[in-house]
Design a protein around this ligand. Structure first.
Ligand SMILES: [Zn+2]
Length: 205
């Protein structure tokens, strides 16, 4: 498959972005690699928060079990009983509180960074789709999306190409310099983002 650069109209210096990043024969310079690399997928809850959630849940279970198993334990001291039963629940509450604090702090620190996208794994997957489809031209130092592969688009070019241009359907996208690659791919991925549509369509409706 030869992809033609929309800027220089040649195909000898074009390569898929992800392949160019892996190309050890002609490695891209580090700043370019940084610009063209796919950002890491957004993490959800931090590991520390997850650990605290689990610990808090375990302590809560222990506390509830102690509450409902009225075995007495050989001790007739009500203060000791009270402390044993509710102390565990208190520890659980504290652990869960810390976990929530870490979790919410993690979220807010992410949203504080201006124009941070993607934020969810689904959005990151959309970005990955665009990133996988994008190509670059080493000569022009631009990135672009090749013409869409086969598939008759409804009414894109109705009758304007009578015969003499049989193969390529829609033209390649406009080329953007490497410096604009992150914003460019994010912008395209966000266009594909349909917030109204449900992410998991219910087929058995
Ligand atoms: Zn070019």
């Amino acid at each position: 498959m030869s992809v033609i650069c929309p800027t220089c109209a040649a195909a000898d210096e074009t390569a898929a972005v992800r392949k160019a990043l892996l190309d050890s024969d002609r490695p891209l310079d580090p700043p370019t690699r940084e610009l063209l690399s796919l950002p890491p997928e957004p993490g959800g809850t931090t590991g520390a928060a997850i650990t605290l959630f689990v610990l808090g849940g375990l302590f809560a279970l222990l506390g509830l079990r102690a509450l409902f198993s009225d075995d007495g334990g050989g001790s007739s001291d009500p203060a000791y009983q009270f402390g044993r039963d509710y102390g565990v629940l208190l520890v659980a509450a504290v652990l869960l509180g810390i976990a929530f604090t870490i979790h919410s702090g993690h979220r807010s620190s992410r949203s504080d960074t201006t124009d941070r996208w993607p934020r969810t794994y689904g959005q990151w997957q959309q970005l990955q789709q665009v990133w996988k489809a994008s190509w670059l031209c080493r000569r022009c130092r631009v990135a672009f999306l090749p013409a869409a592969p086969a598939g008759p688009g409804p009414g894109h070019n109705p009758g304007h190409n009578p015969g003499h241009n049989p193969g390529p359907g829609p033209a390649a996208s406009a080329a953007v310099p490497f410096a604009e690659f992150p914003q460019w791919t994010a912008g395209i991925a966000r266009q594909d983002d349909h917030p109204a549509a449900p992410t998991t369509p219910t087929t058995s409706h």
